[in-house]
Design a protein around this ligand. Sequence first.
Ligand code: ATP
Length: 697
Amino acid sequence: MNPYLVGLFVPLIFSVVLRKQRKEKKRGVPVEVGGEPGYAVRNYRFTSPVETTHEGVSTIPELFEHSCKLYSDHHLFGSRKLIARETEVSPDGRSFEKLHLGSYDWKSYSQAFEAVCSFASGLVNLGHAKGERVAIFSDTRAEWQIALQGCFRRNITVVTIYASLGEEALCHSLNETEVSTVVCGPKELKKLIDISGQLDTVKRVIYMDDEDVSIELSSAKTKTPWTITSFIEVEKLGHENPVEADLPVASDIAVIMYTSGSTGLPKGVMMTHGNVLSTVSAVMTIVPSIGCKDVYLAYLPLAHVLELAAEAVMVAAGCSIGYGSPLTLTDTSNKIKKGTKGDASVLGPTLMTAVPAILDRVRDGVRKNVDAKGGLAKKLFDIGYSRRLSAINGSWFGAWGLEKILWDFVVFRKVRAILGGQIRFMLSGGAPLSGDTQRFINICLGAPIGQGYGLTETCAGGSFSAYDDTSVGRVGAPLPCSFIKLIDWPEGGYLITDSPMPRGEIVIGGPNVTAGYFKNEEKTREVYKVDEKGMRWFYTGDIGRFHSDGCLEIIDRKKDIVKLQHGEYVSLGKVESALIVSPYVDNIMLHADPFHSYCVALVVAAPQAIENWAHSKGITFSDFEELCQKEETVKEVHASLVKAAKQARLEKFEIPARIKLLSQPWTPESGLVTAALKLKREVIRKAYAEDLAKFYA
Ligand SMILES: Nc1ncnc2c1ncn2[C@@H]1O[C@H](COP(=O)(O)OP(=O)(O)OP(=O)(O)O)[C@@H](O)[C@H]1O
């Protein structure tokens, strides 16, 4: 046979055969379950939900101690040394803090264990009594984990609080949980003192002492009756006066974690040690060959269940955790002094967790850079990208083998260097990840993304996409700790008998389903149910459908659906994720008033793209705010939204009829998005109530 024909047909046949095989790989299989009728699926490898993968280990402090003995000399917690802190003043007079950070200082597993035991003893010495609760109110850092594990060794329930939380929610969570000791960062100490008059139960505060807080300390002396002690003093006190551990059992409450608050005032979710352990055990079976050679970059808020669970997985597997922050992550991050290194370049992590909003920013940043370079660099990037894309999409004619190595070397190596060049697996969760971003990160980082779906209420457990699943837009099969059931939601038009896939509200069952909401039995009874076989189920309010290979796709959220005046349903989240692909949009919130027949939108403008457009049209402006108010700018952005909507085949009533263009970004500090960067709809609606009312006037 002609060798050219062989060269053509062999890859073609392989492509067809392998594509078929991939589709047929079952990752989840139907399972008989109790409770409300529905369509239930389990992980194909586990017939019943996994509670622990470590023999004799049933709580988090046991798991921690187990790892500390097993990996005693390995690095566990790494923190960067501060070399200098400077203030830079921009030409318009605004000042910015810039940090020069050094290398990582490490605590080994055995040193970390010692610090944890000392902290636990220190707490007792300070007078923290049995049954009282501790709150941790700080950015993500090594002391956060040491405090957490220290509390667990004394069976103290920890209340987790976002460092970015506003005053109202902060008082609400500390008072509701009757916290007596607060562990906080230096920045948070000031916030606490400011609201001390409204805190009913706090008796002592432990602050992390890496900054000068003498002003705060003297103000606290006059304003509060609190005992205020530094973290180091507590450790010292405990080291000199050790106290025996008082370990919990699996059913004890480890953490009261407040939900991110995307749908209103955050709810306190009670998580047992057994809940956390089951999620950790399940995720460990999913990350490919995770072990003590892995280095994890920790920077997401530990007060969010995704980060808390991820770090627990790292500890269980013997990995090293280097701490960073979103503002110091890369060499070009906002707080990094020019010419010095960001966290990722110094650490060289192999594993990272991200929320979709961060990955979207990485994608936009890389695209912007490539476009700005233009010329040959852009051409090479585009060719390399499309060659790898066709390979990942299953074509044997795409860039494999030597060609892949070539593109990696010529083009993608530089992108990988942004995150240290060593990433081999990335975990994304907490919100929907767009298929486009998933592909982009896959190709540019050369690493698979595992997409996790879960809630605070299910201790982050739910489903997880396998590293060898190259599809996009799905959240994988149920984790080994969970069964996932779809139940009919006739009002929304989702039924398990739907064709070609069963659809319905997602209900998650298993040992990861938490104990309920703190001091809110009514709400707990509404969304948590135990079936006749003793399985605990949580009704998520999310809508999903199961693909034939047992993988779940999230298609809607009950809470985000609004019925318009003429009866059409609008799914706010679905429409927003279709519209956010417009290059002019940094963030967007769709609003639908049920008494009208059309939607409107608040759009946070993407400065660079809009300014570029204005320059190209010769439009003059004195600042970005003025540009956003110009009629022609609003018109241009609106037209791009309509285009994106048409591409996504949205219905006419789903396309915002009117928009308001905003020049200021929405940040967790402004309280308009959660710490996981999700929209706080109610807060945004209140903040822009006047504008929204005008749209419908
Ligand atoms: N991979 C994912 N894809 C799509 N949506 C996701 C994914 N992971 C999580 N979610 C969404 O996030 C929700 C869980 O988030 P979380 O527990 O942080 O609380 P929240 O719902 O944002 O806050 P609140 O309950 O206070 O409104 C899920 O119900 C789901 O809607």
